[in-house]
Design a protein around this ligand. Sequence first.
Ligand code: FAD
Ligand code: A2P
Length: 290
Amino acid sequence: MGVEVAINTYRPKEPYKGKALSNVPLIVETSPNDVRHVTLDLSEGSLRYIEGQSIGILPPGLDANGKPHKLRLYSIASSRLGDNGDAKTVSVCVKRVVYKHPETGEEVRGVASNFICNLKPGDEVMITGPVGKTFLLPEDPTANLILIATGTGIAPFRAFLRHIYDELPTPWLGKVLLFFGMQKSEDYLYEEELAEYTKKGDFEIITAISREQTNAQGGKMYVQHRIAEHVDRLWSMIQAGNTYTFICGLRGMEDGIDAAFSAAASEKGITWSEYQYQLKQNDFWHVETY
Ligand code: FAD
Ligand code: A2P
C-alpha cells in the first residue's frame, strides 16, 4: 500500500465526540426491515480513514451490569473523501436489530444499532477507530475484484466503488463483479447508485434475492448459490491471477462459498483449502463477516 493507513486514532477511553449530520432510510417504510445510511461529522478532529476500514460506535448509557456499553464496529460506507467530498465526514450503513427473545418471546432491540438508526442531525456520537488494515483495495487499476455481500455487508463495497469509479484520476480497468444477497427486492440497498456504476466501468451486479428466488435445489437463493452458478468463470479469474476477492456480511455465507469453490477446484485436482490459504497469504482473499 502506498498510502499510510491510520489505525485507532481514537480509542474507547478517549473517543471522538462527533455529531450526526444526516440519517437516511435505505428501505421503504412498508418493509419490516429498517436500514439507515447515517453520516457523521468528523470536522473537529483528526479521524481519517480509507475504504474498507471500520469505525467503532460507543452507545450511550449502561449495560445490565451497570457498566458502560461496549463499542460496536461498523464498516465504513463512504470513501476517504466522505459523502460531501471534503474528508470531514464518515458514513455507515446500519440495520436496526429487533428480534423476539428465544425464551421469553419479548421484543429485544439491539443497543447500538437502534441508537444509530434513531440519530437525528446534531445528536452527539462517540466514535473510535478507524480499525482494519487488510480489507483494503489493491492499488493496481487493472486488478479484478470479486465482491460478495449480504445485506449491510454492501457498506465497504459502496466505499470501494465510489473510490474507484468516482474519485480515482485514472479509470479502473479491471473487471468488478458484485454478488449481493438480500431478503426481497425492496431490501436492495443503494440500488440506483450501484446501477450507475455499471455504466462507468466493467462492473456487473448479480443479486440473490432469498425470499423471492429459489436455488437449483428449490431452497432459498443465497449468494453462495449464485457463486456456484458462476463458479467456472470465477475460478478462471482467480487462477489467472490479479483477482482479489472480498466477502462481507453474514458469517453463515462462508461455508457455502467455500463449498462452491471446493467443487470447482477438485475438478482440477486442486484442494481448495490449500489453494485458498495461498490466496490469503498473498492478499487475494479477504473476509469480514459478523
Ligand atoms: P446488541 O445489543 O449487541 O444485540 C445483538 C445480539 O443480540 C447478538 O449478538 C445476538 O446475541 C442477539 N440477537 C440478534 N438477533 C437475534 C435474533 N434474531 N435472535 C436471537 N438473538 C439475536 N452491522 C451493521 O448494521 N452494519 C455494518 O456495516 C456492520 N459492520 C460490522 C463490521 C464488523 C467488523 C463487525 C464485527 C460487525 C459489524 N456489524 C455491522 C454488526 C454490529 O457491530 C453490531 O453487532 C450490530 O449492529 C448489533 O449491535 P446492537 O448493539 O444493535 O445489538
Ligand atoms: P434470509 O433472511 O431470507 O434467510 P439480512 O437482511 O438479515 O442481513 O440478510 C441479508 C441476506 O442474507 C438475506 O437474503 C438473508 O436471507 C441472507 N442470509 C441469511 N443467512 C444466510 C447464510 N447463511 N448464507 C447466505 N445468506 C444468508
